[in-house]
Design a protein around this ligand. Structure first.
Ligand SMILES: Nc1ncnc2c1ncn2[C@@H]1O[C@H](COP(=O)(O)OP(=O)(O)OP(=O)(O)O)[C@@H](O)[C@H]1O
Length: 510
């Protein structure tokens, strides 16, 4: 992001006053008219200069390309100017034809940003007033939320807005539909307004009562999304040989940037209706870990209640795969969880007093545990004794496994109360398309839907699209998982199948 993306639009202190033009403001008499007209003319010239200056700053390539034609025209050579213009247009056409991405980055994207910025400036006061977000002071001034700055990206802009007294962030959030329409955005979302973080050494020295709160009252960050980089299927890039478990790429975010998830110190809850693309999240995660799976630094184990239909394609990548078929399916699931919970205990006691988190080695690898249907090891177990054992083991695994390098990905097709009670033990939550709007907050946490996670509105034609809430953050991010075909998965298994098993999990799951 360049320095140009953070220009201040309005320097009023704290709010934006909406000027209400009254009929009595009209001039009376010739002198007054002349004065009024001169004022209007000067304002018009200022506006034009600002417009040109803004255009040149935000579109340097287009401005530079138009310079020869403009100079020839001013030098009274209109035909030469026309010829220069035609050459410039032809040059742009060739550039677009040969390098559409570079052309977009240098020409059309800056033009679009400039246009959007003009729209904000032009419409803001009116929009705030007509959406009921303006307040009247006792001196009869009309104050509206003030647009402080705009940070622009290819697909989304973030507007920092200061609220006048009397307007709350909640009230602003209620008006998002009007704001979205008026500013021609695809989607509007309010991001949590976080304070600047003081350096840790300074924070540690501040008395508690002076330590600033985490949120910033009176300020709202409005995120407006334009266009959609998630309409196309996302492909998974070849994984780097050196895997960073705190930033594993699994797809793309709706600002066009890679979607990375951290596997360290957290577990992931993945919910989505049937056909919503849960499989693509699981497989892109496994694919991104390929080299570490082959070298033995990461072990993947899985539980697939569909008899291996989902995870079976890449069976060779798993150190253990419990497929829950046959008459003892429930016993298999219970044994699987109890073995892993014991492993979590073993690792926790080995680390105690030595380290707070695990650095994976071949002797003590990072464990990725994929449970393809969480309900099948909790709510769906018919026998109550077995269910209690399974739930106790799952609880132990989730609470103890985070620090010693065990990450559980629990997929969920039908979020309901008896399953979602586990939600708080999964700090990272992903919700793909859901059937009902009430399920959104059940999965992602309270208030996630009002912060923009519209999982029930995701089209059936967009599998793999969803919303993420990350550990410790209230922000909701829209994403799409990369897609691997069945052949891709088979190839993945051939490329990254692990070497001989060195350390089986106690209890014989491996
Ligand atoms: N990220 C994606 N991009 C494009 N298409 C996808 C993506 N993920 C899945 N699909 C398509 O959607 C179909 C359904 O996906 P998938 O089987 O992963 O859904 P699911 O949520 O696991 O469903 P179920 O719970 O029924 O197993 C796939 O066959 C595939 O064609």
């Amino acid at each position: 992001m360049s320095w140009r993306d953070g220009l201040t639009l309005d320097r009023n202190a704290g709010w934006q006053e909406v000027h209400v033009a009254t009929a009595s403001a009209r001039p009376d008499g010739a002198g007054a008219w002349a004065l009024w007209l001169t004022g209007r003319l000067l304002a018009g010239v200022r506006w034009l200069l600002m417009l040109v200056a803004g255009f040149v700053v935000l579109n340097p390539v287009v401005a530079a390309a138009a310079l020869p034609a403009a100079w020839l025209y001013l030098a009274d050579r209109p035909w030469w100017a026309l010829a220069a213009l035609l050459v410039t247009v032809a040059g742009f056409g060739a550039w677009f034809w040969l390098r559409a991405d570079a052309f977009d980055a240098r020409v059309t994207s800056p033009l679009r940003k400039w246009w959007r910025r003009r729209r904000y400036v032009r419409k803001w006061s009116n929009l705030m007033a007509s959406s009921g977000l303006a307040v009247k002071t006792r001196r009869h001034q009309v104050l509206a939320p003030r647009l402080v700055w705009v940070r622009q990206g290819r697909y989304a802009d973030v507007l920092r807005v200061r609220l006048p007294d009397g307007i709350t962030a909640a009230r602003f959030t209620e008006r998002l539909p009007e704001i979205t329409e008026a500013l021609r955005a695809r989607e509007a979302r309010v991001l949590p307004a976080r304070r600047w973080r003081l350096p840790a050494w300074l924070r540690a020295r501040l008395p508690r009562e002076f330590a600033p709160a985490d949120t910033r009252p009176g300020t709202v960050f409005l995120r407006l999304a334009f266009g959609d980089p998630l309409v196309h299927v996302v492909t998974q890039p070849a994984p780097a040989e050196e895997i960073d478990l705190s930033a594993v790429t699994v797809g793309r975010r709706d600002d066009g940037q890679p979607w990375r998830v951290s596997l360290l110190g957290t577990h992931t809850l993945l919910a989505g209706a049937t056909g919503s693309g849960k499989g693509s999240v699981l497989w892109s995660l496994i694919a991104a870990l390929g080299p570490a799976i082959r070298s033995g630094l990461v072990h993947v184990v899985g539980l697939d209640p569909k008899g291996g239909m989902e995870l079976g394609f890449g069976r060779e990548l798993f150190r253990a795969l419990v497929t829950m078929d046959g008459r003892d399916a429930e016993d298999q699931a219970v044994a699987f969880l109890e073995d892993l919970a014991d492993e979590a205990d073993r690792r926790a006691s080995m680390l105690a007093g030595h380290a707070r988190t695990l650095t994976p080695t071949v002797d003590m690898p990072f464990l990725l545990i994929v449970i393809d249907e969480l309900a099948s090891v909790t709510a769906f177990i018919a026998d109550s004794k077995r269910r209690q054992r399974a739930e106790a083991a799952l609880g132990r695994l989730l609470t103890k496994g985070r620090a010693p390098g065990m990450h559980v990905v629990g997929a969920l097709q039908d979020p309901r109360k008896e399953v979602v009670k586990w939600r708080d033990l999964f700090p990272t939550r992903i919700a793909l398309r859901l059937v009902e709007d009430s399920q959104v907050d059940m999965v992602l946490g309270d208030g996630a839907r009002s912060r923009g996670a519209r999982c029930e509105a995701i089209a059936e034609t967009a599998p793999g699209v969803g919303y993420v809430v990350e550990d410790g953050s209230r922000a909701v991010t829209r994403v799409r998982a990369a897609y691997l075909t069945d052949d891709d998965i088979r190839q993945l298994a051939r490329d990254y199948r692990p070497g001989p098993v060195l350390h089986a999990i106690d209890g014989g799951v491996a």
